[in-house]
Design a protein around this ligand. Structure first.
Ligand code: URP
Ligand code: ZN
Ligand code: ZN
Length: 495
């Protein structure tokens, strides 16, 4: 248990307002918020005068030590959560991804076994539905009832690995709705990608640029629309992970305007960099950016996604942190299809969003808190335990300097890899102190983390932020039978 801690004199920022207050943390939670608090003698004090105090970042999308494409993500639950804390993120939501045919429950237990001894900050799990059967549906019930899971990811790509077809998706959406959980979707047309990547190979395009060429924007846009249409048939709330293109973002905006319950998650990568890197002459550099869906060669994409995030058309940010070293990426040196998909982000998301969102003048500090923490807590049903500075909430906090700058580099980052997609980016917005459940884990450049300090945060179903509207939509009769006299006229004879 962490010792009592006082953060004095800062400007606290919640999604609805910013206010001057001290924050007193005791037994891992926020015990008092107010001006000139008096605290027990001996309480450790952090002076936050002139700085912001923010709810710790919540990264909605990571893949620590994911076994993937013949190798394993380099950031494990220790390195990854350490990097998170260095960047001002105090909670991650990672993914249990069962193989096809594998029990979801045993995959969940396996992932818990990997994560629990290593995590340095709190975490929770989404679970992938990578195949479908009645048994899968029953296991989803158990995961929701007994294991603290309320979100399930479906893949429309990675054919023969994780991809499910429309019928399987439809069944899964029915079950998710019945459980009052949340459906998440990786939206890309996996069949088209499989065909077009063969085409690239036949054309002799084997380098990283082929990765983008065989899955252009509209392939993401089509799948995004299809997922929304399928989910909407059963009024199942849908969360589109890693929104990478203007096309997909526009589809989400249009659906929201029609009243669909759909949320869009751009990531640090899609907000901070573009896909022109795939055409870089250095193979290792180009391969460092390979992820799915890919970054887009249209260089206006990051700014466009940030505009939508700032004005509320997109709702929150994750990272899809799934890192591989250059030598791992080199598995695909002769064939882009074999380059392990994934990039970094968990350490730099907060600074990238501040730089491109707040420092650029597109959003204020309250909106920043909303898109990096509070909305995640609400959508995934952890609010107000997480995502807010309030008495009783977990003491997951960041002392943030909005004026200071830092230059991102693989030489100084805390990831377990030799490459950083934001290399050289100067960001205003620097975490000075990161606090996880009342414990100082990062202070002015120095990490002091504890393996296994993080707890698994169980999340119950029926998140009010999501389901109050779903329920309201359910009150409108969708299908109304027409009462009519039976037809008694002539009918042709079929042979
Ligand atoms: O390239 C990516 N995104 N790797 C991780 C798996 C996924 O699709 O989220
Ligand atoms: Zn994905
Ligand atoms: Zn992912």
């Amino acid at each position: 248990m962490a010792a009592p801690l006082l953060i004095r004199g800062g400007t606290c920022v919640n999604e609805d307002r910013a206010f001057r207050a001290d924050v007193f943390c005791e037994n891992g939670t926020i015990a008092a918020v107010g001006e000139n608090l008096s605290v027990p003698e001996g309480t450790e004090t952090i002076d936050a005068t002139g700085k912001y105090v923010l709810p710790g970042g919540i990264d909605t999308h990571t893949h620590m030590q994911l076994p993937f494409m013949g190798t394993q993500a380099a950031d494990d639950f220790y390195a990854g959560t350490r990097a998170a804390l260095a960047g001002g993120t105090t909670m991650i939501l990672d993914f249990v991804l069962p193989n096809k045919g594998e029990s979801l429950l045993s995959a969940y237990e396996k992932w818990r076994g990997w994560a629990d001894p290593k995590v340095c900050c709190d975490y929770s799990f989404h679970v992938g539905v990578t195949w479908w059967s009645d048994e899968v549906g029953k296991e989803m019930e158990v995961l929701c009832r007994d294991k603290g899971v309320n979100s399930f990811k479906l893949f429309m790509a990675y054919k023969d690995v994780y991809m499910v077809n429309d019928k399987e998706m439809y069944h899964a959406f029915c079950k998710i709705k019945e459980l009052k959980a949340l459906a998440q979707v990786h939206a890309e047309n996996g069949d088209v990608i499989a065909e077009k990547s063969k085409e690239m190979n036949d054309l002799g395009i084997t380098g990283p640029e082929g990765h983008e060429m065989c899955r252009p924007e509209e392939v993401e846009g089509e799948a995004t629309n299809r997922a929304i249409v399928l989910a909407n048939q059963v009024n199942c709330p849908l969360y589109v992970v890693h929104v990478m293109s203007r096309c997909a973002a526009d589809v989400i905006c249009a659906a929201r305007r029609r009243g669909c319950v759909v949320f869009g998650e751009p990531i640090a990568a899609s907000l901070g960099v573009d896909g022109s890197h795939y055409w870089h002459k250095c193979w290792r550099h180009a391969a460092g950016y390979v992820m799915g869906p890919p970054l887009r060669p249209d260089t206006t994409t990051p700014g466009y996604l940030m505009d939508l995030l700032a004005n509320g058309d997109l709702q929150l940010t994750g990272t899809d942190n799934c890192t591989f070293n250059g030598n791992q990426k080199a598995l695909g040196k002769d064939d882009f299809r074999k380059i392990p998909n994934g990039v970094n982000g968990v350490e730099d998301r907060m600074s990238v969003v501040w730089e491109k969102g707040v420092h650029s003048g597109k959003m204020d500090a309250c909106r920043f808190v909303s898109v990096t923490s509070t909305t995640a807590a609400k959508i995934f049903n952890m609010y107000p335990q997480k995502g807010v500075i309030r008495v009783g909430s977990d003491a997951d906090l960041v002392v943030w300097d909005g004026e200071a700058t830092r230059v991102i580099s693989s030489k100084t980052h805390h990831h377990a890899v030799d490459f950083n997609i934001f290399e050289g980016l100067e960001c205003h917005g620097v975490p000075l102190v990161t606090i996880t459940r009342g414990k100082i884990a990062y202070n002015k450049g120095k990490l002091d983390v504890v393996r296994g300090w993080g707890r698994f945060i169980p999340r119950s179903v029926d998140a009010p932020f999501v389901y109050s509207r779903v329920r309201q939509r359910d009150t409108i009769p969708r299908y109304v039978k027409v009462d009519r006299e039976p037809y008694t006229g002539p009918v042709i004879q079929l042979d």
